[in-house]
Design a protein around this ligand. Structure first.
Ligand code: ADP
Length: 226
């Protein structure tokens, strides 16, 4: 099992109980939607799963080991194996497409000749061939999100988390992004995507974990559960 939560809870410092008693398992290679109304706890769960925040109850197991007890070198390896994409892209706004994507390789200290070779290759994979020198602010929203996806997958992560990645995109552009996620998943990367877009979830017929008020109320393959 790639990821497992055991009675996981998250209570924020202001007393808000964002998650309670979450027990889910996600296997290698799965494609999983995380759905639920605004405030249900989707972002919180994603942040716990990629270890940006720690649970206040329960345990998260990564490949069978407690995420709380990792050594520094294991944390570095875990980061390399994890890609994350957000609704608001989170790009370096004054930089080129190339620099935004190269950032992820520099962060893991890859040598320059390798960076020069791999960035154009990953851009071609996400449909942005030849756009290296464009400033990211001159791209459309859909193109900016592709840059963010290229940055997230260039280290060949085992798992890609996406938090409302289509939230700011028009329907056609968001369909194209979903196609890209399916392609990435077909290449072996586990994809966990939070969304409240019912039409996407209904069309894909994948596993859907539904949260309501911080609890899992449904976990099944098929369409929207609410
Ligand atoms: P969703 O992604 O489904 O909209 P969130 O995980 O963002 O849900 O939020 C779940 C609950 O936790 C909400 O009540 C929200 O207001 C609260 N919350 C989220 N982040 C924080 C935070 N950093 N501090 C305090 N409360 C938070």
């Amino acid at each position: 099992m790639l990821l497992q939560t055991v009675n996981v809870g998250k209570t924020y410092k202001n007393g808000i109980v964002a998650l309670a008693n979450i027990n889910i398992s996600i296997d290698f290679g799965e494609f999983v939607f995380l759905t639920g109304a605004s405030g249900a706890g989707k972002s919180t769960l994603i942040r716990l799963l990629f270890r940006e925040e720690m649970p206040t109850a329960g345990q998260i197991l990564i490949d069978g080991r407690s995420a709380l007890r990792l050594s520094n070198s294991e944390i570095v390896r875990l980061r390399r194996n994890t890609g994350v994409v957000f609704q608001d892209f989170r790009l370096m706004e004054r930089s080129s497409v190339f620099d935004n994507v190269a950032f992820a390789l520099k962060a893991v200290e890859r040598p320059w000749p390798e960076i020069k070779e791999r960035v154009p290759a990953i851009l071609a994979k996400v449909g942005l061939a030849g756009r290296e020198n464009d400033n990211v602010m001159h791209l459309s929203g859909g193109e900016q999100q592709r840059v963010a996806v290229a940055r997230a997958i260039i280290n060949n992560p085992l798992i890609l988390f996406a938090d409302e990645p289509t939230g700011d995109l028009d329907p056609r552009t968001s369909d194209e992004l979903i196609e890209l996620f399916l392609k990435i998943n077909a290449g072996g990367t586990t994809v966990v995507m939070a969304t409240h877009d019912k039409s996407i979830v209904d069309r894909l017929n994948k596993r859907v974990i539904t949260l309501s008020a911080g609890r899992v109320i449904s976990d099944a393959v098929g369409g929207w559960a609410l």
